[in-house]
Design a protein around this ligand. Sequence first.
Ligand SMILES: [Zn+2]
Length: 168
Amino acid sequence: MFPHDTFADVVAANRGFADRFVGSQLTGSAKRGLAVVTCMDSRISPLALLGMEIGDVKILRNAGARVTDDVLRTLVLGAYLLGVRRVLVMPHTDCRMAFQDEATIHAEIEREHGVDTRSLKFRTVDDQRAALAADVTSIRAFEYLPRDLIVGGAIYDVQTGVLEPVDC
Ligand SMILES: [Zn+2]
């Protein structure tokens, strides 16, 4: 059963959205040929900060904007089937994954919630720029991706809104 009270706000908001919804000619392909790998941080609005609109870009999010097996798998589909020609890996300032280490996060969850999460790998980073370069390299090196896929890195500043390209 759907827990109505918990999701009542979003379901109600959707009624308004659907009433104003105008169908479009958009397909599932990324119209601007872009895929962005970014963090789940709720201060990041990828479309707005990149000047993109619905239909333009594939957005892949996880904690820390890390390039995982699932990100690589998804990029393969994006590149061959959904119009992706360029990939921007975009971590951000003030990211918890970059200022706490793996052991500290496991310990906090254990202490606060009594759950031992140590078999999970959260992929925290010691050096955000080094991790970004490594993640960009792992996309470039992934054997299943097209050789002409363009891959870049940039760090988004959640305080100023500025996107800083990083040489990777
Ligand atoms: Zn983050």
